[in-house]
Design a protein around this ligand. Structure first.
Ligand code: TEU
Length: 583
């Protein structure tokens, strides 16, 4: 299919090309029983918020039974619901309510690793068990348990070595994330078939697809060789052996055959893929290869990582952002498809990160960022609270943080003698808990999230930044998101148009066009808090403005000034004359 020829979105079953996905992080969305932790009935009770926003798909972060070492990304039973969140009956109620509103529901699939409490792992700890081969066990190098005796030098994503010694069998097991998240051995066919059976079980229950956690890490080079030393000098970087490892495409193609190929309905599959390149992404998302529909890539959310890594941030250079996103737009133009996101449960809030969360510019910068992102070619993902312009949290001390990644990093950095204030600054700017503070429904003390004590503190700015206030204010971030989503659903050029980056060298203004048949859209975003003079080409000076974020200028008002207000965003539309249309 040539997307620019503009077939209707449903023509090839790829309905998700014109869809917008909304991510719910259940722990922090809505608490129906007052225990301070969000739950499934809470989500069901708030579905009108999603329906009114206009989103098409709800992606649910993990709700399976879990010791919650990594807030549910450590699963101890793939076919049930954690009592924290409810039960299967509550899940079925949520699913029916989602479908009843014409939306779809996508589950989180976390199968690179399980919890260390999963029965598979517990059995696997016995070297004589048939499940021994389900995980990656290796003997020590030298004296077991001694420093440096790990089978290789890899560091984990959450600080410290990627190996933990297990007494009963006298061997180490691999965990790319925490020691509570042992990696499954995807070389073992029984593992793969158990995963496929579990996926079919959820599809039979009625779910509409999966977001696949770190799915490009499932295939490891069986030799598990040492990696080059990482910046901290403590461990090696194993990523060359497991990022898009040797059999990852085979595994995803097999999964597609075993789980999706025979189904009459067209589902959504999204592969979360740290470290994926655009060239690899084209292979993963080429419809002819039948792997996944789209991938989450990390390049654009790594551009502000400094020499010391993500907790050593540096200011974003707009030209870097443009170069990166333009490369992804071009790379997946003819084959494959992009996912578009600023935020998820692992990223700091975008208005604090690339915008300005102060009272003067919060709404304007949040709406500018949203406009630029949603007008790219691809499927946008909105993370809960992003549509309100929710900001990073004012964490006062390490005691305010909950995330295992932040707590481990803090412990390791302090043990290494780093300045505690400097470490806290890094966590405040980049920590994942910024995304995990409770959803701000209203101005009440629990923000309408919970009547109990929330598991993580509510951001004090909820007295002004909340859904109830946003709904009342037509100029709010919320109403801007509604307009953007409606535009995607009504304007084919947003879905199908090709993409041309303009002004690639400009450090202040982000500008591009999208063209489809006789329609061209011009999208402009001022990434600064100052006014910027812009010389629009003559054909655009009188063009219709179909969306904007500056009060007082109606969306359809022709004739534009060429001075952009601070953080202003505009979308203009031009249509060729009737002669061109009759071609
Ligand atoms: O995240 C994988 C991932 O690579 C990151 O976003 C990660 O959180 C970050 O880079 C660490 O610096 C997924 C999930 O989204 C995340 O919540 C889980 O913790 C992780 O996998 C393990 O399941």
């Amino acid at each position: 299919m040539t997307p620019t020829t503009g077939s209707a979105p449903s023509e090839d079953g790829a309905w998700w090309r014109s869809a917008v996905v909304y991510q719910v992080y259940p722990r922090s969305f809505a608490d129906s029983d007052g225990d301070g932790i969000g739950d499934l009935d809470g989500i069901t009770g708030r579905l009108d918020h999603l329906a009114e926003l206009g989103v098409d798909v709800l992606w649910l972060s993990p709700v399976y039974p879990s010791p919650q070492a990594d807030n549910g990304y450590d699963i101890s039973d793939y076919q049930d619901i954690d009592p924290l969140f409810g039960d299967l009956a509550a899940f079925d109620r949520l699913l029916a309510a989602v479908h009843g509103r014409g939306m779809r529901l996508v589950m989180d699939l976390v199968v690179n690793h399980t919890s260390d409490r999963h029965p598979w792992f517990q059995e696997s700890r016995d070297p004589a068990s048939p499940k021994r081969s389900w995980y990656l066990w290796r003997p020590p190098r030298g004296e077991a348990g001694a420093a440096g005796a790990e089978p290789n030098n890899w560091g984990s994503f959450f600080s410290g070595p990627a190996w933990t010694y297990d007494e009963p069998g006298g061997e180490y097991y691999l965990h790319l994330f925490s020691s509570r998240q042992p990696d499954l051995n995807w070389e073992e066919p029984a593992v793969r078939h158990a995963v496929y059976a579990m996926m079919r079980w959820w599809l039979e229950r009625g779910v509409d697809g999966f977001r696949m956690d770190v799915v490009n890490l499932i295939s490891k080079d069986p030799a598990l060789p040492d990696g080059p030393l990482r910046g901290d000098g403590l461990q090696g970087d194993g990523s060359p052996s497991y990022v898009c490892g040797p059999r990852v495409h085979d595994h995803l193609q097999e999964m597609h055959r075993e789980v999706f190929a025979q189904r009459p309905d067209r589902l959504l599959t999204v592969g979360e893929m740290p470290g994926v390149t655009v060239e690899q992404a084209r292979l993963f998302t080429d419809p002819a290869r039948a792997e996944v529909d789209m991938v989450f890539q990390f390049e654009h959310v790594s551009l502000d990582h400094g020499p010391g890594g993500k907790f050593d941030p540096r200011p974003l250079r707009l030209t870097d952002l443009k170069a990166s996103l333009a490369r992804w737009q071009e790379g997946l133009a003819a084959t494959g498809w992009n996912s578009l996101y600023w935020n998820n449960h692992d990223q700091p809030r975008i208005v604090s990160r690339f915008g300005d969360d102060g009272p003067l510019h919060r709404v304007r910068s949040a709406t500018m960022l949203a406009t630029v992102l949603h007008l790219h070619r691809g499927t946008p993902f909105v993370y809960q609270g992003e549509e309100l312009g929710m900001a990073n949290a004012p964490f006062a001390s390490i005691g305010d943080f909950r995330d295992i990644e932040s707590l481990n990093h803090h412990a390791q950095a302090l043990a290494a003698g780093e300045d505690p204030e400097q470490v806290l600054r890094g966590l405040r700017a980049m920590g994942r808990d910024n995304a995990r503070t409770p959803m701000q429904w209203d101005a009440s003390p629990g923000a309408g999230f919970s009547t109990g004590t929330p598991w993580i503190a509510v951001n004090p700015d909820h007295t002004t930044v909340n859904a109830a206030a946003a709904r009342r204010d037509p100029a709010s971030v919320y109403h801007h998101y509604r307009r953007l989503i409606a535009l995607r659903h009504s304007e084919p050029a947003v879905v199908h148009g090709d993409f041309t980056m303009l002004l690639p060298e400009d450090e202040r203004v982000y500008a591009f066009t999208r063209s489809h048949r006789d329609t061209t859209l011009l999208v402009i975003g001022n990434f600064t808090g100052a006014s910027v003079r812009l010389d629009l080409p003559p054909q655009w000076r009188e063009a219709e403005r179909i969306l904007g974020n500056v009060p007082g200028t109606g969306p359809a008002e022709p004739g534009t000034a060429t001075v952009l207000a601070p953080w202003e965003a505009r979308v203009h539309r031009r249509t060729e004359g009737s002669a061109a249309r009759c071609d």
